[in-house]
Write a protein that binds this ligand. Structure first.
Ligand code: FES
Length: 101
């Protein structure tokens, strides 16, 4: 199992994830308050999160569609990703994911 820490306001949610699921799927099944407005289709932007800088290089880069969506978000940073488009891998064990919504 892969350890993921979601942060929302001042709350921390420490959860266990399976390799191959998305950050959004992992959050929803653990009752983490992350909104997936388009059901994980990668078009609404509501599931945007900020990834721990130390891990950003360990995650596959956003594809062109994801990049288009995140760049229009008001809180866009180089560490911003759509949780529905990030697939969890073993390399992400211990990652902190900050929820923006
Ligand atoms: S749920 Fe809509 S972009 Fe991720």
């Amino acid at each position: 199992m892969i350890n993921i820490i979601f942060k929302y306001n001042n709350e921390e949610f420490k959860v266990k994830a399976n390799e191959g699921e998305t950050l959004l799927e992992c959050a929803l099944k653990n009752n983490v308050p992350l909104i997936g407005g388009c059901g994980g289709a990668g078009i609404c932007g509501s599931c945007n999160v900020d990834i721990d800088e130390k891990y950003i290089g360990k995650i596959k880069e956003p594809d062109a569609n994801e990049q288009d969506v995140i760049e229009y978000l008001p809180m866009y940073k180089p560490t911003t990703r759509l949780a529905c488009q990030v697939i969890i891998t073993k390399e992400m064990d211990g990652i902190t994911v900050n929820i923006n919504n």
